[in-house]
Design a protein. Structure first.
Length: 177
């Protein structure tokens, strides 16, 4: 099996960075959920806080890597304009989708929505990481902040999942070759 440079970059963007963020979500949410005074000892709080901080910062970095590789590496190939008179649009995914009324909604709705909603993920993931670092051990006793962070985390995950789903479906219909 051989892969083109574009397919390798798309793999890094979607599977390695985006997929790793989505998989790590369960661990991050469980870490926030279980960071309660009744569940951990004082020694356990310090140990869990280090792990939680490392986890949420890693997830923020993964989210930024996914969005940046998608925006600045994969996306220009998707959006490339075919030369005048080109009839084979297979190498120009956006133009291919827009050329057929049966597939134009894949771009007009799915891809446009995906490229904009995707930026919500790293912003929220970074906000969660900053707040976990700022509040630190105070998260154990402040349920309101902990629940707010979990809510932000769920929204970040949801945005990433929707963007990933739309990206995978668009790629199925019109792959970047």
């Amino acid at each position: 099996m051989s892969m083109t440079d574009r397919e390798i970059w798309a793999l890094f963007h979607g599977v390695l960075f985006g997929g790793a963020f989505l998989l790590a979500f369960a661990g991050g949410l469980a870490g926030l959920w279980s960071f309660r005074a009744g569940l951990v000892t004082p020694e356990g709080i310090r140990e869990r806080l280090r792990r939680l901080q490392l986890g949420v910062w890693s997830m923020a970095v993964l989210a930024w890597l996914a969005v940046m590789t998608g925006t600045y590496v994969v996306y220009p190939w998707y959006r490339a304009k075919p030369p005048e008179g080109t009839t084979d649009l297979s190498g120009f995914p956006r133009s291919l989708l827009l050329s057929d009324p049966d597939t134009d909604l894949w771009h007009k709705f799915a891809f446009e929505w995906k490229e904009h909603i995707a930026f919500v993920t790293p912003m929220l993931a970074t906000a969660v990481a900053l707040l976990v670092t700022y509040y630190g051990t105070r998260l154990v006793t402040n349920d309101r902040i902990r629940w707010t962070l979990m809510g932000m985390f769920v929204v970040a995950f949801s945005a990433a999942a929707i963007a990933g789903l739309f990206g995978a479906l668009v790629t199925k219909v019109a792959p970047v070759q």
